[in-house]
Each structure stands twice: as structure tokens, then as C-alpha cells.
Write a protein that binds this ligand. Structure first.
Ligand SMILES: Nc1nc2c(ncn2[C@@H]2O[C@H](COP(=O)(O)OP(=O)(O)OP(=O)(O)O)[C@@H](O)[C@H]2O)c(=O)[nH]1
Length: 361
């Protein structure tokens, strides 16, 4: 479907739509966040997992080739280090949203990647930072909880930004982990050789790394090398997930995240941080996927900016989000957006949870 035909049908583009303009003080919706990593396993796989937990993995019994490796790697680092971009590059498709805005990632996302002889679950975490509100504390909690729970921790450091106190603080947590530690210097394509050398030297002072790699996720440089290095440190084990497992985000989560990414890309200053998105309508009608999402901001002024002059901003956000969603769901998409005000939601644990941004998700 062309933009023109979507334009002519979607209420998204109808800025006189009352729902876009009315004041909103209703409660947020509950989001379904019910990913159960074990729900997909059959009895044999569960048995193999239990055997492993009890101290032994029998490759023959589990049906995977001798020497097959599987496990979890967490990507951690400061906001903007390039964690989500590396996850997308390893996965081979954009599933985690990315933007130049710090703290883009608010939900831990796990993506299953399969390569010859191994299955790796890559865990993207929110950037670790000094929290300014309850939302920030939740994001840190979520990222830190992963460090203690995986086989490998990849500490991502931006090659172009001098290592500072923030990195040192992240490094303390990485150093304390019992997992294998890999230093990943990111954005090699825009760093000069001196930056790379000095960043590596500085990072080595922070943690005793088992391995180090310089990568460019956007250029695909050393992405497969990263996968191979991670795989070499994983324990022998079964395929925990079916090959087509993909990511642990629900369809509704992907919708709300891709809408939020477009908000981050097109707005400035406080708006990106004040925005929370919920997908509250998801319905297939023959070959059309009908979606509805509500964008929550904290103040009336922010709502006005988001809608824009004659609705141009919200229209742009909707068109770009729809394009991504058509690619992800491989079908035509009809997307409606509302903008509502929810004052002070970033200090409200209940709302943070309903958006799916809490550490317990
Ligand atoms: N040139 C270049 N830019 C990159 C590379 N990796 C990431 N970026 C850019 O850096 C910015 C931040 O990338 P993200 O992947 O969103 O960073 P993140 O660590 O997930 O950020 P948070 O969600 O804030 O924790 C985006 O604008 C990316 O396009 C790279 O290899 N090269």
C-alpha cells in the first residue's frame, strides 16, 4: 500500500480526530508481558535442561551434535554505547530500536541467534547511568540484574567518547561478575586509530577482560567475530529454543517500541525522556494489520509539540513507524496514534510497570 492510500484512510493523519485533542486522564492499560522462556521447550529439551542443572549435559541424549554450545551473553554499557545496534547486527534484522538519544532502551530484549554449532541468546540491556527518577533506577536495576545471570558479559565502550566515571562505574559491576568478560569497543568506523588505541588502554585498566574486540555494527565489521568469540566461551548444551524463536518481545511491545523510536528520532530535549508508548489495539483483518497505539507524555505542552503544526509531527511519526511495522510483520499495516497526558508517570512505579519498563519485566 502506498503512503498516499494510507494517508487517505488513517485516522492518524486526521488531526481533527477528537481523540488526538481531548484531555486524557484515564488509566493506562495493562500490557501483556508474559514471555516464558521455557514454554517453547518440549519434554526432551526440558529433561536436558534439568540434567544440565544437576551437573551434567549429555549431548547425545539431547539430540544436538557433540560439542554444541549454547548460553546467554548480556550487552552492557553506558547509554548510547551501541548495544541495541550490535544486537540487531548479530540478529541480522532490526528488532531493537536505536537512536542517538541516551537511554533509548527501556526494556531488556533477548534475541536468539543460531549459528553452526551454537545457539546464543543475546540480551540487550538499558544503558547504565546516574538515575534522575524512578524510571532511571528501574532501567539500571534491569541492566544490572542481567550481569549476574549470564555466561558472558560484553562490556560495550564507545570508541569515540573518552572513558569517564560512568564507564568506571559500569566496569565495577562487570568486574564483580563471575561471567566471562569481553571488552567490545564500538563505532570503529567513526573512530581514529589513536582513539581506538587509547580507549583500549584505558578500558584494560578497569577490568581484567578475557577477550577484547573492536567492532562496527553499522558496517558489519567484526560482528561475526564477536559471535564466534562469545560462542567459544559458552558451555556445551542443547538448543534451548526453536530456530525460529526470534525475540522475546510481544507483538504489542514491538509496535510500541517502533512508535517510540520515531518519537526519539524526531523530537528534542525533554520530550524523548517524557514519552511512554502503549500498543492498545492489535487486530488482523484479512491481509491488513490494524494497530492502535497511545503515546503518553507528561505535559500539555509536550503533547502539542508531538502533534505538531496541523498534525505534521504525529503524521510523520506514524508514517515512519508504519513502514517499519510492515517490514516486521510482513503485511500491510493501518496504524492509528493518540497522544495523551499522564503527569509524572516517570515517578510512578505502577505506570512504569504498565509500560513494561520495570526491572521485573
Ligand atoms: N557510526 C556508528 N554508529 C553507531 C554504531 N553503533 C551504534 N551507533 C549509533 O549510536 C547511537 C546509539 O546506538 P544504540 O544502539 O541505540 O545504543 P545503546 O547502547 O543501545 O543506547 P541506550 O539504549 O541508550 O542504552 C545510534 O545513533 C546508533 O546508530 C556503529 O558501529 N557505528
Amino acid at each position: 500500500m502506498s503512503d498516499q492510500s494510507i494517508n487517505s484512510h488513517s485516522a492518524l493523519n486526521d488531526v481533527d480526530d477528537r481523540s488526538l485533542l481531548e484531555d486524557a486522564d484515564g488509566d493506562l492499560f495493562d500490557v501483556e508481558q508474559d514471555f516464558d522462556p521455557f514454554a517453547e521447550l518440549d519434554d526432551d529439551e526440558l529433561d536436558a535442561m534439568l540434567a544440565k542443572a544437576e551437573g551434567g549435559f549429555d549431548a547425545t541424549a539431547s539430540g544436538v551434535p557433540e560439542g554444541f554450545r549454547s548460553g546467554f551473553v548480556a550487552l552492557v554499557g553506558r547509554p548510547n554505547a551501541g548495544k541495541s545496534t550490535l544486537l540487531n547486527a548479530c540478529f541480522g534484522q532490526k528488532v531493537a530500536i536505536t537512536s542517538p538519544v541516551a537511554q533509548t532502551t527501556r526494556r531488556r530484549m533477548r534475541a536468539v541467534i543460531n549459528r553452526e554449532g551454537c545457539q546464543i541468546v543475546i540480551v540487550d540491556t538499558p544503558g547504565l547511568h546516574k538515575p534522575k527518577d524512578s524510571l532511571g533506577s528501574e532501567l539500571n536495576k534491569s541492566a544490572l540484574s542481567e550481569i549476574g545471570d549470564v555466561d558472558v558479559v560484553a562490556f560495550l565502550v564507545d570508541a569515540t567518547k573518552p572513558i569517564g566515571r560512568g564507564d568506571a562505574w559500569v566496569a565495577e559491576h562487570v568486574a564483580a561478575s563471575r561471567a566471562t568478560k569481553i571488552l567490545v569497543l564500538t563505532k570503529a568506523d567513526i573512530a581514529n586509530p589513536q582513539q581506538v588505541t587509547s580507549q583500549l588502554e584505558e578500558a584494560r585498566k578497569l577490568v581484567d577482560f578475557d577477550e577484547e574486540l573492536v567492532v562496527s555494527s553499522t558496517e558489519g565489521f567484526n560482528v561475526e567475530a564477536f559471535v564466534s568469540v562469545v560462542a567459544s566461551y559458552l558451555p556445551e548444551g542443547p538448543k534451548w529454543f526453536p530456530d525460529d524463536m526470534g525475540v522475546d518481545a510481544s507483538d504489542e511491545t514491538l509496535v510500541s517500541e517502533f512508535v517510540r523510536e520515531k518519537v526519539l528520532l524526531h523530537t528534542r530535549e525533554e520530550i524523548p525522556h517524557a514519552v511512554g508508548v502503549l500498543c492498545d489495539g492489535f487486530e488482523y483483518k484479512r491481509d491488513l494489520l490494524k494497530l492502535h497505539a497511545t503515546i503518553y507524555v507528561e505535559r500539555e505542552g509536550q503533547k502539542g509539540i508531538l502533534i505538531g503544526k496541523r498534525g505534521e509531527m504525529i503524521k510523520r511519526i506514524g508514517i515512519e513507524a508504519r513502514r517499519d511495522l510492515e517490514r516486521i510483520f510482513d503485511t500491510r499495516v493501518y496504524l492509528e496514534l493518540d497522544v495523551k497526558v499522564k503527569q509524572g508517570w516517570r515517578e510512578d512505579q505502577g505506570q512504569i510497570r504498565r509500560f513494561g519498563y520495570s526491572a521485573d519485566e
